[in-house]
Design a protein around this ligand. Structure first.
Ligand code: NDP
Ligand code: 8X3
Length: 254
């Protein structure tokens, strides 16, 4: 395989799906992962209709450590030369006061956003270390930078992604592996439908009265951070729509 290889977790929708299209358009071969197998097949077909690159679908839940290890260790040999890992799979569940929020939701967020990222990264890292190069991009959030009301465990899980990204950057220096944390603000994807458990009215409200980011905006920025020379690493990057300053301030029409 002569193209670079990117592995994207959570590529069945939102940032992950948009990043898969963007990297394919830039001649990367793509490993797309997620739990929804049919979506993976649809995206794979779409990529191959448009771009002359190879696509491999890996269907696993990032919370299942054994499944993650199995999926990565059974990659066909040419696919093991992963240049770029995008740890994107993640979710928020609920917006409730600390004393009322569902502990099951909290556990799911920690298991996905933090432990899932940890399992995937540890499974992929030996492949990068052997090659003495690689780039890991972790999706944090503005929620990692400012904790907001009723954001409790989502904010905590993304703060942990922020801290882990810093820690990885230090420990992986000798291996010449770049670590970039990207922290988007509000973006109109399936994120809010998931957070509000299918309540369309609540999900839509998040994006009312202003132009939020869309998945392609974030994919563009992810690609930019991956397109720089080997000796250049963007460590930490916050991206919001022009209407948003941070977790607290969004300028809305009336
Ligand atoms: P989407 O809901 O559109 O996409 C989330 C992706 O994560 C899906 O592909 C989903 O795939 C995957 N995923 C979720 N849980 C698991 C799991 N247990 N195992 C494997 N894959 C999983 O949301 P976004 O694209 O918006 O979110 C992507 C990342 O960006 C998340 O980490 C999110 O926290 C973060 N983010 C989002 C922002 C936003 O406003 N949208 C802003 C800042 C950060 P499947 O369901 O098929 O498994
Ligand atoms: C998603 C953005 O504001 O819902 O990470 O936390 S926010």
């Amino acid at each position: 395989m002569t193209n670079k290889i990117v592995l994207i977790t959570g590529a069945t929708s939102g940032f992950g799906a948009a990043a898969a299209m963007k990297f394919a358009s830039q001649h990367y071969d793509i490993i797309i992962t997620g739990r929804r197998a049919e979506r993976l097949q649809e995206i794979s077909l779409k990529i191959q209709e448009r771009y002359n690159v190879k696509v491999l679908c890996l269907n696993f839940d990032v919370r299942q450590r054994k499944a993650v290890e199995q999926a990565i260790s059974s990659l066909p040999e040419p696919w093991k030369a992963i240049d770029l890992l995008i740890n994107n799979a993640g979710l928020a569940l609920g917006r409730d006061n600390f004393e009322e929020a569902s502990i099951e939701d909290w556990e799911t967020m920690i298991d996905t956003n933090l432990k899932g990222l940890m399992y995937v990264t540890r499974a992929v890292l030996p492949l990068m270390i052997t090659r003495k190069k690689g780039h890991i991009i972790n999706l944090g959030s503005t929620a990692a930078k400012e904790v907001y009301e009723k954001g409790n465990m989502y904010c905590a899980s993304k703060s942990a992604v922020d801290a882990l990204s810093k820690a990885m950057r230090i420990d992986l220096l000798p291996h010449r592996i770049k670590v970039t944390a990207i922290h988007p603000g509000a973006a109109d994807t399936e994120f809010s439908m998931v957070r509000f458990k299918g309540n369309e009215a609540l999900a839509k409200k998040v994006y009312e009265g202003y132009q939020p980011l869309v998945a392609e905006d974030v994919a563009e920025v992810i690609y930019y951070t991956a397109s720089l020379p080997d000796h250049v690493c963007i460590n930490d990057l916050i991206i919001t729509s022009t209407s948003q300053a941070n977790s607290f301030y969004t300028f809305k029409n009336s």
